[in-house]
Ligand binder design. Sequence first.
Ligand code: SF4
Length: 140
Amino acid sequence: MRMSAKLPWYHAGLRFGCLGCGNCCTGEPGYVWVVQSEINRLAELLSLDVTQFESMFVRYVGRRKSLIELPNGDCVFLERPSMRCKVYQARPQQCRTWPFWSSNLRSPADWAATAQRCPGTDRGRLYSLSEISAALAQDR
Ligand code: SF4
């Protein structure tokens, strides 16, 4: 008899459709991890030298790099009052894979907690298990 791998609780897929509210770009302190290729892309989008970009928008957290945030918890690239991302085309991988992060998918309760913060959760397009797994594989 073949052993079948245990499927995750979200094996039938999950819905998500961003409403553009900006909640995920503000709030409690957090990190937007960036690697060098992402920094380079962001600097290029803003027509800045990479060194200049890093001195203005990047901080070290141990050996890793994160975008800075404002004292009110806003991502440095969140534009108010439109709540748009100023660097949307070049946003880092972490922003692209929201809300399919391992911390949000540990259990249905964690997903429900995500939905409290992100009104785009559980509505919109159905993402398949393989799409969710691909997002999770990029988790940092
Ligand atoms: S919190 Fe959700 S709905 Fe609001 S901007 Fe972020 S991803 Fe979109």
